[in-house]
Design a protein around this ligand. Structure first.
Ligand code: NAD
Ligand code: TDX
Length: 340
């Protein structure tokens, strides 16, 4: 592939994908279409400022005219759709932007790609579309969709649209569903960067409920290698799950962070639970391993140590991100439940 459209490339995972794929594929050019919402940060890609194989366009994936113009300008070999409203807590405060970007935006992209006969389309989805697991079992690609939050409902709706375009029109689309990502450049509204950056400043960390919810952690570089493998080797119409085989309760993860950062457990603040909080996510990624030749490579121990080191070395990035709009969200989400 020579020319790929990446949407949402200024976010956490999209920016990793762009950095990784340009570094490993010398013949590849990437066009990044991003609206630059609160989560889209051009600073995530400053290292590509002088890279001729990287082209940026600011636009909304839900704007049919802007998207059509882009497909007129370029003949893409593939589209990888990362662009989304991605935070569950924000979807509980206001689901409108989730419906517009995640559902309508996907429909606009699908139509533009179908009209242009783009040979490959990859929808970056999430394990949250499967709902919640009990104490045992794993999500497979056959697990029925049962989304529980407005965020996951909007991602599941997008997946259904992608599925229908493949089924009805033979449109060559693939869906990938991944578990919780961690790594550098993650916006500090998500658990790990929020807790790491709060603890740097001896601020409290808000654990929802009793902290017994389980997430399956995967390093963002492994997720992006999986997406690249699915793009190259995946079968249109298929779904591929990616996970890290790394289940942790939120409380155990919090204890681990406190130990690594040498902070006292008194900084934990148990706050009211997230409404509808999914108990457990865990992925069976055997299909991706079997059919794509992919497997997660980064151990959680190493990945977490590297992630903490990255945030320690990038105080300026954190200061810029934790600016005015972030403070407004933080106050709205956590109110006076936290000190410091
Ligand atoms: P993010 O919130 O860090 O980044 C989202 C990016 O999309 C930002 O750059 C933002 O500006 C852009 N964007 C938002 N609305 C847009 C619009 N209407 N038009 C164009 N651009 C728009 O998200 P992330 O964590 O990098 O997640 C990327 C994708 O991966 C999402 O689709 C998400 O559902 C999926 N995913 C995330 C995780 C995770 O753990 N973070 C796990 C599985 C799947
Ligand atoms: O302050 C917090 N306290 C807390 O206990 C936050 C922000 C989270 N949590 C809990 C909720 C979850 O059980 O930590 C866990 C992880 O929360 P998030 O980081 O918000 O991630 P999650 O809701 O699991 O969703 C993530 O993984 C799947 C991403 O945000 C999604 O985009 C992805 O699809």
């Amino acid at each position: 592939m020579r020319l790929i459209l990446v949407t949402g490339g200024c976010g956490f995972i999209g920016s990793e994908f762009i950095r990784q794929q340009l570094a490993t594929n010398p013949g590849l050019t990437i066009v990044n279409l991003d609206k630059l919402t609160y989560a889209g940060n051009p600073e995530n890609l400053t290292q590509l400022a002088n890279e001729p194989r990287y082209i940026f366009r600011q636009a909304d994936i839900a704007d049919p005219d802007a998207v059509a113009a882009l497909f007129q300008e370029f003949a893409f070999d593939a589209v990888v759709n990362f662009a989304a409203e991605s935070h569950v807590d924000r979807s509980l405060l206001d689901s409108g932007p989730f419906v517009t970007t995640n559902i309508v935006g996907t429909q606009v992209l699908l139509d533009a790609a179908r009209r242009s006969k783009t040979p490959r389309y990859l929808q970056v989805s999430t394990d949250e579309v499967y709902g919640s697991l009990g104490a045992t079992g794993l999500f497979t690609e056959e697990t029925p969709l049962a989304p529980n939050s407005p965020y996951s409902a909007s991602k599941a709706a997008a997946d259904m649209l992608v599925r229908s375009y493949n089924h009805s029109f033979g449109f060559p689309a693939i869906i990938t569903r991944c578990s919780n990502n961690y790594g550098p450049y993650q916006f500090p509204e998500k658990l790990l960067p929020l807790f790491i950056t709060n603890l740097f400043n001896d601020q409290q960390v808000p654990v929802y409920g009793t902290g017994q919810n389980v997430r399956d952690w995967i390093h963002v570089a492994d997720h992006c290698r999986g997406i690249a493998a699915a793009l190259e080797k995946g079968t249109p119409g298929e779904v591929y799950n990616f996970g890290g085989r790394c289940e942790k309760t939120n409380l155990d993860l919090t204890f681990l962070l406190l130990d690594l950062l040498e902070k006292p457990r008194s900084l934990i603040r148990y706050v009211a639970d997230r409404p509808g909080h999914d108990l457990r996510y865990a992925i069976d990624c055997a299909k991706a391993e079997r059919e794509l030749g992919w497997t997660p490579q980064v151990t959680f121990e190493q990945g977490l140590a590297d992630t903490i080191a990255w945030y320690r070395a990038n105080g300026e990035w954190i200061d810029h991100v934790k600016s005015g709009a972030y403070r407004e969200y933080y106050t709205r989400q956590y109110g006076d439940r936290l000190k410091g």
